[in-house]
Design a protein around this ligand. Sequence first.
Ligand SMILES: [Zn+2]
Length: 99
Amino acid sequence: MTEEIKSCPHCKVDFDGGDIYESLRAHHLYKDKTDEEVREIASNYGWSPETPRRFSRLITVKIQGTRQQYYQCPDCKEDVARIKYRSPFEEPDTIVVQI
Ligand SMILES: [Zn+2]
């Protein structure tokens, strides 16, 4: 859901965190896993060879005691987007409103 926000509107930094499979493959936690096992883990993030999704560096901030969340830039710490809920039963980041 954060894929449409590619860079920071404040400091212009790129939020691209790299290809999900490539990032996991390079991670020390998965060094003993086979490529097949890493592909399986990457698929939990919605990655597939046909849809090679990428990680986002955006930080998700949850406001304690509320259901409000927003995205923050990892570099300048400015707010980038609010995350709105469609309903209490859906995933929290179904609507992203860019600030
Ligand atoms: Zn920024």
